[in-house]
Design a protein around this ligand. Structure first.
Ligand code: UD1
Length: 362
């Protein structure tokens, strides 16, 4: 059985790593790894392959950055001949980036079965590019692997046939559990002289960083927090470009305790999160990782497609209102909330379950 596996952007790499490893237990499956090249910088891509032991991609489509339409179209044009030549039995896509829907669409149009890992997540916000990618990918998929029970409920409510839906757990957590002890050896805390409390921050959602008014509001809140403790901010290229293009860049430069770093590797970031007093983020995956690391997460978005993280008590979704952010921050610092529970099946075995099902059912 031949399966083409697709990755494109940074969060895809953590998801594909345990799946590629799990194929090792199933010699009847011949996996091919295709990188679309949506992310291409050393620090956004190659570093993750090395740290996570992902095999070199068999093919790199090298599409790079562009508008949504151009990027999606370029991926489709480049991926179609790969599917035609390799003649796979299935194409497996992960997550919700443009590479996910682009390659999914190519596969089904060529009559190849589509497997979606991390299916069913819904923020309810169609202004979010990822939400469109999720809905479309799920609609055309033949195998939908979900990470949390809301995923299954959403798919059934949308009319997806129950026989296609499998609740298997979370491959991103497989990767976290596999790499936790390695990350403990990271020296990042010494490098940045972090001995006491600090917060870790990430921001890259277009709705937060492309609009200077919203970004300015977030900085208002961050300015207050950085008076209490350092905020360590590994900055996404999209966010850096936007800061540099506006007066907000100068404001950030004046905040002595808001410390910008270039994007950092997986192991350093895991260490940075796990030792933080709290994490502030607009990322999806980080809401999940902090849940397992038992570090309080304040989500700087109006909604989440990962409601289980709120349900188990590790995540607070606050939006971008300054007062709401500061209230959540103060509650977190007062120790409210207690120890979060672990979501069902977030046990390091999700990829094994997925590959076993594929080996039996494709
Ligand atoms: C993409 C995903 C998003 C995911 C995020 C993680 C979509 C629609 N969005 O958003 O879901 O959470 O990746 O990072 O697929 N750039 C670089 N170097 C790189 C890659 C990008 O400098 O290696 C810059 C380019 O200027 C580019 C911008 O970042 O225009 C945005 O990259 P893009 O892949 O379009 O979207 P992300 O914001 O990274």
């Amino acid at each position: 059985m031949r399966i083409i596996n697709v990755v494109g952007a940074r969060p895809n790499f953590m998801k594909i790593a345990p799946i590629m490893a799990a194929y090792g237990d199933h010699p009847s499956i011949e996996p091919l790894l295709v990188h679309t090249g949506q992310h291409y910088d050393e620090k956004m891509s190659d570093l993750f392959f090395r740290q996570l032991g992902i095999p070199e991609p068999d093919i790199n489509l090298e599409v790079g950055s562009a508008t949504h339409a151009v990027q999606t179209a370029e991926i489709m044009k480049a991926f179609e001949p790969v599917v035609t030549d390799y003649k796979p039995d299935a194409v497996l896509v992960v997550g919700d980036v443009n590479s996910t829907i682009a390659c999914g669409l190519v596969a089904v149009k060529l009559g190849v079965k589509l497997v979606h890992v991390e299916a069913g997540l819904r923020s309810g916000d169609r202004g979010m590019p990822e939400e469109i990618n999720r809905i479309l990918t799920d609609t055309i998929s033949d195998f939908l692997f979900v990470t949390e029970k809301s995923g299954r409920e959403n798919l059934l409510a949308e009319g997806v046939d129950e026989s296609k839906v499998f609740f298997v757990g979370n491959v991103m957590i497989d990767t976290l559990l596999r790499n936790k002890s390695k990350s403990d050896e990271s020296t990042i805390l010494d490098e940045f002289d972090l001995s006491g409390d600090y917060a870790a921050l990430t921001l890259h959602r277009p709705s937060n960083v492309d609009d200077p008014v919203v970004l300015g509001r977030l900085l208002d809140a961050l300015e207050v927090i950085q008076n209490d403790m350092p905020i360590i901010f590994p900055i996404h290229p999209r966010t850096r470009k936007n800061l540099e293009a506006s007066v907000l860049g100068e404001r950030v430069a004046k905040m002595a305790n808001l410390r910008l770093l270039d994007p950092i590797g997986y192991l350093d970031f895991l260490k940075l999160m796990s030792s933080a007093r709290l994490v502030l983020t607009d990322s999806g995956g980080i809401q999940e990782e902090t849940t397992i690391l038992k570090v309080p997460c304040i989500t700087l978005r109006e909604n989440t497609e990962r409601p289980i993280t709120v349900e188990v008590g590790s995540n607070t979704v606050v939006g971008t209102d300054v007062q709401k952010i500061l209230t959540a921050y103060r509650e977190t610092m007062s120790g409210a909330g207690g120890e979060p529970r672990t979501p069902e099946f977030w046990d390091g075995q999700a990829a094994r379950r997925i590959v076993k099902i594929l080996s039996e059912k494709v």
